[in-house]
Design a protein around this ligand. Structure first.
Ligand code: PTJ
Length: 262
């Protein structure tokens, strides 16, 4: 039975049966294509999704133990933050908008639309989508600051959001902006399926997982850890080392690949 119908123009494009072995992956692909059609996702977002899919395949399309540990450290960091902020781009808005709204409520953190290929029209559409899903604080339409060291459009940021946040969640981010945020003294949490990317290496905590799995996991950890005391949250963060965690991700990929041909 078809779960959902997708339309481009007047045409119904793809029916994906839940029984399809690659259901989740195909569904994500359809969401990105739909995002492009609706003016939410950039065309470059299609390529980014393809790269993500390839890494997800190598990882085994699952949340690995290393990703789980990174997600719990990230949740602890966000809970301890004085001014957390969550960045949303065109891929994130297409793949998991409801999840980002729920996470923002769980953490009492604003969402900021922050685009690499910025157009004001796309910023407005993404902000509108988030508000239509119940988001209370959405920034990014009227940025009043710039992130030092980046060229004009990519540097736009808002006070009360990413600009003065102490901890920023940046899903599917580009390496330059990640580095610039780290240079500003922020703790940066990346979600990136590629453990080798500059973003993954530059971030304070990198969750090497598909955003469609990572955001629900972050919400669960945030709820679970919200009753944990300050000291335990601190120790979760102190035990985490991004370099060690990325090495563990690469080992997990290697052992997953080796198992395929035993
Ligand atoms: O909407 P915009 O203009 O802000 O543009 C967004 C994209 C994603 C197009 C832009 O930020 C970009 O070009 O990003 P990159 O440099 O391609 O980096 C995206 C990273 O996210 C890559 O390392 C991908 O492997 C990874 N990625 C792609 N899809 C997913 C993912 N990581 C987690 N979950 C995914 N579904």
């Amino acid at each position: 039975m078809a779960e959902r119908l997708y339309r481009i123009g007047a045409l119904t494009l793809t029916e994906i049966p839940r029984s399809h072995p690659r259901y989740e992956s195909l569904l994500a692909r359809e969401h990105i294509a739909e995002g492009v059609r609706d003016g939410i996702t950039s065309t470059q977002g299609l390529i980014a999704q393809g790269r993500g899919e390839a890494f997800d395949y190598l990882i085994g399309e699952r949340t690995t133990p290393a990703a789980k540990a990174a997600t719990s450290a990230a949740a602890a960091m966000l809970l301890l933050a004085k001014r957390p902020a969550l960045s949303v781009n065109g891929n994130v808005a297409a793949l998991i908008p409801e999840g980002m709204v729920e996470l923002s409520k769980a953490l009492n953190a604003p969402l900021e639309v922050n685009l690499f290929h910025r157009t004001e029209e796309r910023v407005g559409k993404i902000a509108g989508l988030l508000r239509s899903l119940g988001a209370e604080r959405v920034l990014g339409e009227d940025p009043d600051e710039t992130i030092p060291g980046l060229d004009h459009a990519r540097s736009k940021a808002s006070r009360g959001g990413i600009y003065d946040a102490d901890v920023v969640l940046i899903p599917l981010e580009d390496g330059d902006r990640c580095e610039a945020l780290v240079r500003m003294g922020k703790k940066v949490i990346a979600i990136d399926l590629n453990p080798l990317s500059r973003t993954s290496r530059m971030a304070t905590v990198t969750i090497v997982d598909n955003i469609v799995r990572a955001v629900p996991n972050l919400i669960s950890f945030a709820m679970e850890l919200s009753v944990t005391n300050h000291r335990n949250l601190q120790s979760l963060i102190h035990e985490y080392d991004n370099r060690v965690a990325l090495r563990q991700c690469v080992d997990e990929i290697q052992s997953h690949l080796t198992k395929q041909f035993r």
